[in-house]
Design a protein around this ligand. Sequence first.
Ligand code: IVH
Length: 700
Amino acid sequence: MSETLDLFGSEMPEKPAPAAPKTVVAKVQALRAQLQQWAHEYYVLDAPTVPDGEYDRVFQQLQALEGAYPELVTPDSPTQRVIGAVLDGLTPVRHVVPMLSIRTETDNEASGAEAFDARVRRELELDDSAAPVEYVAEPKFDGLAMSLRYEHGKLVHAVTRGDGEVGEDVTHNIRTIRQIPLSLPADAPPVLEVRGEVYMRRADFAQLNERQEAAGGKLFANPRNAAAGSVRQLDSNIAMQRPLSFFAYGVGEVTPVEQGGPDFVTHYGMLMQLKAWGFPVAPQVRIAHGAAELVQFHEFMGQERPQLPYEMDGVVYKVNSLALQRQLGFVTREPRWAVAHKYPAEEMPTVMEGIDVQVGRTGKLTPVARLAPVSVGGVTVTNATLHNLFEIRKKGVRVGDTVVVRRAGDVIPEVVRRVPGERTAYVPNFRMPATCPICGSEVVREKGEANHRCTGGLFCAAQRKEALLHFAARRAMDIEGLGDKLVDQLVDGNVVRSLPDLYRLRLDDLASLDRMAEKSAQNVLDALEKSKSTTLNRFLFGLGIRHVGEATAKDLARHFGTLDAIMAASVEQLLEVRDVGPVVAESIHTFFAQPHNREVVQQLRECGVHWEEGAPAEKAPQILAGKTVVLTGTLPTMGRDEAKELLEAAGAKVSGSVSKKTSYVVAGAEAGSKLTKAQELGVPVLDEAGMLALLRGEDV
Ligand code: IVH
């Protein structure tokens, strides 16, 4: 496909003078085939047949030959997993065959499996005497869905699930996953889309977090977040350092049998064929007959779960026969032939030994239960959140009580409820402290809010640390190397008391810190220097104003053009910004009304932080004010969001359904029932060109 090749095209050197001799061509091909086989044995089968040194030697031999004859480099060469280019953004790609979701049942009993089997039998009109239905039972992997498209045996696209219809092209990162073949054996069909889950093994996740911690980088909450974050990187060098894995569990578009494609008869057979073509298939996948064997699998996997090298949150049952799958078909976006049977969140009782109060970046005080260590779903838990004072009251928990703790995949463990029982001694009810446990400032609770907050702002070390980390974050000022460990030392040692202090750091301030060689100290200074040249939206986001996320920061920057205009804006003027409501407007206004915050901004600018300021966005003439427009189908050049934005900027309301009140329907390719309805109701229908003409104020 052109996009992937383009990426390489730009990377490929000019054609060199010497043409490669035939023997070299043959040698290069042989080395590649050898490396591919060894990599498959090592990464997929987990059964290496040669020592690492031997692999490296052959790899270097191939690299040397490719260096001498660059015209022999192909995108699927084992040397070419990292593309090297850093992308500006991820490109949307429409799935030829949509990526569906599956119906989910969550329980620990047989009922989920039995209900599914009963439904399948009913739909297939099988009576009680008919033989048990054959299923395939698989783990439900806790990662992210991926569609890998191979054309003529070469990986051309790796696309995320997205909304099921349109995903994002992440080929550059997926190529770095050694378990995913870049090319397929000769018997693979001309078109093959393999669907499966990209995930991170538990051990790899733990190691990654250790490395992140040592480097002062961000820690990931769980393997799924780590995998998802890695897959969406724009720079494949980063993905390369993230140890990702893959399991295949299905196919998307495949060359049909009539055109020489594979004649898959069963789901299991298809999985085994994928395995033969080099894709990892989970060793736990089983054929199961009838509900009873599904239940057995669910129970068995529930026991295996803590020992598995990867995380899973349930199992998936699929009807094995593809003919029966076709007969069963789909309800809306879910197949009738598959169901996910999840495990309920793990819960365990333990004793609550105390309640600590943590202070977050925004100053929110969170009561955290200190627990007698307890293993919940294979992980030892010693702390669990109690959310806020009202939750504690509602649950009626007191120190010394036995409580039930829940860990549900990603979220921090929480205290669910108290286990009823006599209290042997009087324990007073928990109260929130009147002053911040970190800085001693007054603690307040805003009217109508459940949360208590410290009023210390940047004066509070807890908030200062978080504020610095937020300011330095990749999507804010992007100060590389300024991570947890460094910020802890800088704040605890009172070296950095405010954001501008960062830019006043000198080499010896940093070099005298723990675990900081002069070289890394200089790197941090360089990163700080580099970060001074930024954009208004990054800077605004970095300030950590409550309710101002990345998107709002962008909207504000676009709307006002300059920081001074934002700082001077009234609540009413702020409300004119797209998606800014009263709470957000109030928060921005209050932030800039504080002399302390204005001072911080002023000092940052004096330290040299700068950005290009623009003119405020002109408000487009509201030529479509009062009009309602419905978008349907795929427009030839424009995404739906883009079209919606243009229409809304001109004052139109964009609606999802056609009625007599609809002013226009804009229809693209494969427009369905909305177009029919518009025609029935006599609503004017426009194509993309017509819509653009309308926006220009022309008669349509
Ligand atoms: S099959 C038409 N099999 O679960 C069926 N999905 O809602 C398509 N998942 O995000 C999915 N393990 O990524 C299937 N063994 C498995 C799975 C699995 C995890 C995820 C999948 C998707 C969600 C489906």
